[in-house]
Design a binder for this molecule. Structure first.
Ligand SMILES: Cc1cc2nc3c(=O)[nH]c(=O)nc-3n(C[C@H](O)[C@H](O)[C@H](O)COP(=O)(O)OP(=O)(O)OC[C@H]3O[C@@H](n4cnc5c(N)ncnc54)[C@H](O)[C@@H]3O)c2cc1C
Length: 216
C-alpha cells in the first residue's frame, strides 16, 4: 500500500517481506522491493528516502481487558494489521469507553462491575468488528491486481466516489462510530444529582478505586 500522507509528496509505503530475516537484511532489501512493487519501478535516487520501520504484523487479543488492579486498553489489549487504521481508532474508542466507566465510578453512579462490562464489551467489539474488518482490509490489498482493483472492488469504488462527494465522506467517517460504546448507559442515572437538577446542586464526589487502585 502506497499512501500519500502529506501535501508535499511524502508517501508511506507498507509491503510484505520474507519472514525470518534480520532488521538489517530488511533494510538492505528495501531498494529492491520498491523497484519490484512500485509503479514505474523506481531506483534509489528517483526518490528521497526518509525512514523505515520493519515490524511484525499481528492479530491478537488479551484473554481479558481487566484483572485485579490492571485494566488494558488500545495496543496493550489488542493489535491488528494497520490497513484501515483500525489499530489506533479501536484504541481511542477503548479509551472513550474506559473514561465513561471510570467517571461513573468516580461520581458514585456505577459500581466496580462496570469495569468488567468494559472488558466484555470492548472484547466483543474487537472480535466482531475490528478483527474481521481489518482482515478484510488486508485481503483486499493483498489479493487483488493493483492495476484493476480501483475499478473492480466495491470498497475502492466507494473511496473514489468519496474523493469528490463531501456527504459520502462524512458518512464513511461516521461508519467508524460502530467502534464506540456509550458506557454512561450503565450509570445509575437516578443518583445523578448533576442531571436531575440541571447541574445546579454541588455534590460531594466520592472516589472509589477498584480493589485498592487502578492502573490503566
Ligand atoms: C509500523 C506501524 C504502523 C502502524 N500504522 C497504523 C496506521 O496506519 N493506522 C492506525 O490506526 N494504526 C497504526 N498502527 C497502530 C498504532 O500505532 C497503535 O494502535 C497505537 O499507537 C496504539 O497506541 P497505544 O497508546 O496503545 O500504544 P503505543 O502508541 O505503543 O504507546 C505506548 C507507549 O508506552 C511507552 N512505554 C512502553 N513501555 C513503557 C514503560 N515500561 N514505561 C513507560 N512507558 C512505556 C512506549 O514508549 C509508548 O510511547 C501502526 C503500528 C505500527 C507498529
Amino acid at each position: 500500500m502506497a499512501a500519500k500522507i502529506t501535501t508535499d509528496g511524502l508517501y508511506r509505503v507498507s509491503y510484505a517481506e520474507t519472514p525470518g530475516l534480520t532488521r538489517e537484511e530488511y533494510i538492505k532489501r528495501q531498494p529492491l522491493r520498491y523497484e519490484e512493487i512500485l509503479p514505474g519501478n523506481p531506483k534509489p535516487g528517483d526518490y528521497k528516502f526518509v525512514s523505515m520501520n520493519p515490524y511484525q504484523l499481528q492479530h491478537r487479543i488479551a484473554p481479558s481487558f481487566h484483572k485485579g488492579k490492571v485494566i488494558l486498553c488500545a495496543d496493550s489489549a489488542h493489535v491488528v494489521n494497520p490497513f484501515g487504521g483500525l489499530g489506533l481508532t479501536g484504541g481511542i474508542a477503548d479509551v472513550g469507553s474506559l473514561y465513561d466507566a471510570l467517571l461513573g465510578i468516580h461520581k458514585g453512579l456505577a459500581d466496580d462491575s462496570i469495569i468488567e462490562k468494559y472488558s466484555e464489551v470492548r472484547m466483543k467489539i474487537y472480535k466482531e468488528i475490528i478483527d474481521p474488518m481489518a482482515r478484510e482490509n488486508f485481503n483486499r490489498i493483498s489479493s487483488q491486481d493493483p492495476e484493476t482493483a480501483g475499478d473492480n472492488d466495491e470498497w475502492f469504488k466507494l473511496c473514489k466516489k468519496a474523493a469528490t462527494d463531501l456527504e459520502l465522506q462524512k458518512q464513511l467517517c461516521h461508519g467508524l462510530d460502530v467502534l464506540t460504546h456509550d458506557f454512561t448507559q450503565y450509570w445509575n442515572k437516578e443518583k445523578d444529582v448533576d442531571q436531575a437538577d440541571g447541574g445546579k446542586t454541588d455534590i460531594l464526589v466520592e472516589s472509589r478505586p477498584v480493589e485498592g487502585g487502578i492502573v490503566a
